[in-house]
Design a protein around this ligand. Structure first.
Ligand SMILES: [Zn+2]
Length: 289
């Protein structure tokens, strides 16, 4: 039996499975992100209560940008109608050039509908991704003292962002969060969408995570910090992911299983090395816990 806690309202709810967290991740009363814990006792022992630093993440900014675009479409729609109607009126009064307005009206209308649709679809996609990252970040807070969490890490020279990095006594972990919908089959590091309508190979989150692990290892080396291994994890927020064949270099896990996996792994790093990694990663992350 697990619990979801709103730290703002001091409320908690009992839930039966982690999947319920993916649905009720926000407090109904205040809109804060809920915290997932396995027991109330675990909550009392939680050491990570406030982030050390906090900025808007890449995914959040992308989502906001597309919602703004969709908002622009909403504004342009009545404008198109007004252009069209005034064109008609002016034509009636005998102004021939008003035909331009009559033609422009529907064109603007079509354009704004396209903008609205694109904005909404992309906005929804990025929002879903952002929620997934929030859920994983919330789960990671259960890591014990001595572990450091970095969300939305952008390394110099790297193409994309790393969703989460964890650094602690058991090593360095790169976590790629995916909140896809549909059924997936995984064979090694190849991912296949397996729905009634669509069956196709998709861009592999495992390969993406492993690539990010390699980029992070290289970055640390450029800072004169050598670790033998950076672990790759995919946090998959979807119950229907069937793993046919394991990938020994990348684990696929539900978000709330990750802290237990990390804290129970074999010890790898001394305190000095952990601290030096934390120091160099701090300035490249949107959020540090
Ligand atoms: Zn609340």
């Amino acid at each position: 039996m697990a619990y979801l806690i709103c730290e703002n309202c001091n409320h908690y709810w009992q839930i039966n499975s982690e999947e319920e967290f993916w649905v009720f991740y926000m407090c109904d009363e205040c809109g804060s992100l809920l915290l997932y814990v396995n027991s109330l006792n675990e909550y009392r022992n939680l050491t990570k209560s406030v982030p050390e630093s906090f900025k808007r993440t890449h995914t959040q900014k992308k989502a906001e940008r597309y919602w703004r675009l969709s908002g622009m479409g909403h504004w342009a729609l009545p404008l198109a109608a007004i252009t069209f109607a005034s064109g008609i009126l002016l034509l009636i009064t005998g102004l021939k050039w008003a035909i331009i307005l009559v033609l422009a009206g529907p064109t603007i209308m079509l354009l704004s509908l396209a903008i609205m649709r694109t904005g909404e679809m992309r906005g929804m996609g990025w929002t879903k991704g952002y929620v997934g990252e929030l859920i994983v970040a919330s789960c990671l807070r259960r890591l014990p003292q001595g572990y450091h969490i970095f969300n939305d890490v952008h390394l110099p020279g790297a193409h994309g962002n790393i969703d989460h990095v964890v650094v602690g006594p058991t090593g360095v972990y790169v976590i790629e969060t995916k909140s896809y919908s549909g059924n997936y089959i995984v064979r090694g590091d190849r991912w296949f969408l397996d729905d009634d309508l669509r069956k196709e190979e998709i861009r592999s989150p495992s390969i993406q995570s492993k690539r990010n692990a390699a980029i992070l290892k290289e970055f640390l080396e450029s800072e004169d910090i050598y670790v033998s291994w950076v672990n790759a994890i995919v946090a998959f927020i979807n119950s229907s992911c069937t793993i046919i064949e394991d990938d020994e270099y990348c684990l696929i896990m539900k978000p709330c299983q990750i802290p237990d996996h990390i804290s129970r792994s074999r010890l790898m790093l001394g305190e000095g090395k952990v601290n030096s990694i934390v120091e160099v990663l701090r300035k490249h992350s949107s959020e540090v816990w």
